[in-house]
Design a protein around this ligand. Structure first.
Ligand code: AMP
Ligand code: ZN
Length: 472
């Protein structure tokens, strides 16, 4: 399995720290509002990465946090006249609902920053003791970037360039930072803000420290994979590396994975730009599976430009998968023969080739776009080979193949099966009507029925055993 590592900027063979296990940390949302579909991209992408590891037999320890202390949460709380906790608890609940709708497997743990303050204080203390951090007069604690010779490894920036980029701030800087790049580990409270006691001042943590602490607490000092959207590479993940490696004296992460943006009109979708659609919004107009499908239809490292047309195309494509399953389920329910024929045996080899193609795509840095093509190859195998004469073994084997692959993608193709039985009954009824028309020599009507079904993608076939149907 190959993974593109942001740090080396190369595809690397995946080697787990512990054989058969994967430890994964995915930076989660700041909970002050309903999540937008840009936030859903990493959730869906890395859930799919997790599912593929599980498909390969790995046991995955998957940790994803909720950032529940932040300026934006405090601002929202002040505007509504409620506590920050009320805001974050409300939107954590809403976010969990969206994740459930998108069929995202529950994380092993979803730690919350405000429940981990002691761990953050401990790590900050270690950083001060080891000389990587310093306290200024008002009690703010800064990480001293100059003390970390590796700073910049992930974002491939060197300190001199970074310093000159920040010169402006240094000139006008009014704080006591030793360098403009130094970042906050702990800061004093402001009036009306949530705060905690600490050895330095009553205050709250900076943003970056929470992920270093939660990753270590739930996954250990060194983990396999750390992931998030590409906007997190700098400074968030760069700062996490600095904190964790300086505090622990160990390598922090083996593979850094970052998804590209979900854009709208070629601009990053974000709350601050106001160009966002919430997951809730989109899912009120479409089956949530369509959004999931859309996210996986592009490689995770390619930008994806959201549009209504793209959503419609995703709906149609996903619909073809559902139709294939509907068709298969109908024939399974009505199977007349048990044993596998020679021709069926050959078809199962074609189906196995689709699985190989699927795995090759996923092994190549989780190329879900190609993996979806492989699923469509399987759809074609199913649609062209399954009919009333198909044996039960044959169809159940195809179904198993289909389910296992779509499961990796987290696409639930089978849930409409109750509706699908009605659908099949309706088609059978149409066929009966057509037979009736033919018997009465009303060929115009018979042709009309056939054409109507054809328009729905249902093809009729006259055979010696009667009329059979399949989907195109
Ligand atoms: P935030 O709530 O802004 O901290 O974001 C939570 C996660 O969503 C992070 O991994 C971000 O990188 C990611 N994210 C935010 N906006 C987008 C976007 N437009 N496209 C892709 N990922 C995004
Ligand atoms: Zn993080």
């Amino acid at each position: 399995m190959k993974i593109f590592n942001t740090e080396s900027m190369q595809l690397e063979e995946f080697k787990p720290i512990t054989p058969g296990k994967v430890s994964m940390y995915v930076c989660g949302p700041t909970v002050y509002n309903l999540i937008h579909i840009g936030n859903a991209r990493p959730m869906i992408v890395f859930d799919t990465v997790r599912r593929y590891f599980e498909y390969k037999g790995y046991q995955v320890n998957y940790v994803s946090n909720f950032t529940d202390v932040d300026d934006k949460i405090i601002k929202e709380a002040q505007e509504e006249g409620v506590s920050s906790e009320e805001i974050s608890e409300r939107y954590i609940k809403e976010c969990r609902k969206d994740m459930e709708d998108l069929n995202i497997e529950p994380a092993t743990v979803n730690p919350q920053a405000t429940h981990e303050i002691q761990g953050m204080i401990d790590m900050i203390r270690t950083l001060i003791d080891k000389g990587y951090a310093y306290v200024v007069d008002d009690g703010t604690v800064y990480f001293e970037v100059d003390k970390d010779p590796n700073y910049g490894v992930l974002s491939h920036r060197n300190l001199d360039d970074l310093q000159s980029g920040f010169r402006q701030i240094q000139v006008t800087g009014q704080d006591q930072k030793r360098s403009p790049l130094d970042f906050v580990l702990w800061k004093p409270k402001k009036e009306g803000e949530p705060y905690w006691e600490s050895p330095w001042c009553e205050g709250r943590p900076g943003w970056h420290i929470e992920c270093s602490v939660m990753s270590r607490r739930y996954l250990g000092e060194t983990i396999d994979i750390h992931a998030g959207g590409e906007d997190l590479v700098f400074p968030h993940h760069e700062n996490e590396i600095a904190q964790s490696e300086c505090a622990n004296g160990k390598e922090f992460v083996h593979y850094w994975m970052h998804n590209a943006f979900l854009n709208i009109d070629n601009h990053k979708m974000s709350k601050s730009l106001g160009n966002f659609l919430t997951v809730r919004d989109v899912n009120s107009h479409y089956d949530p599976q369509v959004l999931r499908y859309l996210m996986l239809s592009a490689h995770y490292r390619s930008p994806l430009n959201f549009s209504a047309d793209l959503m419609e195309a995703a709906k149609a494509s996903y619909g073809r998968m559902v139709n294939a399953m509907t068709n298969l389920d109908f024939h399974i329910a009505n199977a007349k023969t048990e044993g596998l024929t020679e021709a069926e045996q050959k078809t199962l080899e074609d189906a196995a080739a689709c699985r190989k193609e699927f795995e090759a795509a996923m092994d190549d840095d989780f190329n879900t776009a190609d993996a979806i093509s492989a699923v469509f190859d399987l759809v074609k195998v199913i649609n062209t080979n399954v009919n009333e004469d198909s044996s039960l073994v044959f169809m159940n084997t195809l179904k198993k193949e289909f389910m296992e692959l779509t499961d990796v993608l987290g696409l639930i193709v089978e849930r409409q099966s109750a509706a699908s039985e009605d659908e099949a009954a309706r088609i059978e009824e149409k066929i009966r009507e057509r037979q009736e028309a033919r018997k009465n020599k009303n060929f115009a009507k018979a042709d009309q029925i056939r054409d109507e079904l054809k328009a729905e993608g249902i093809v009729l076939e006259d055979t010696r055993e009667g009329v059979k149907w399949h989907r195109e």
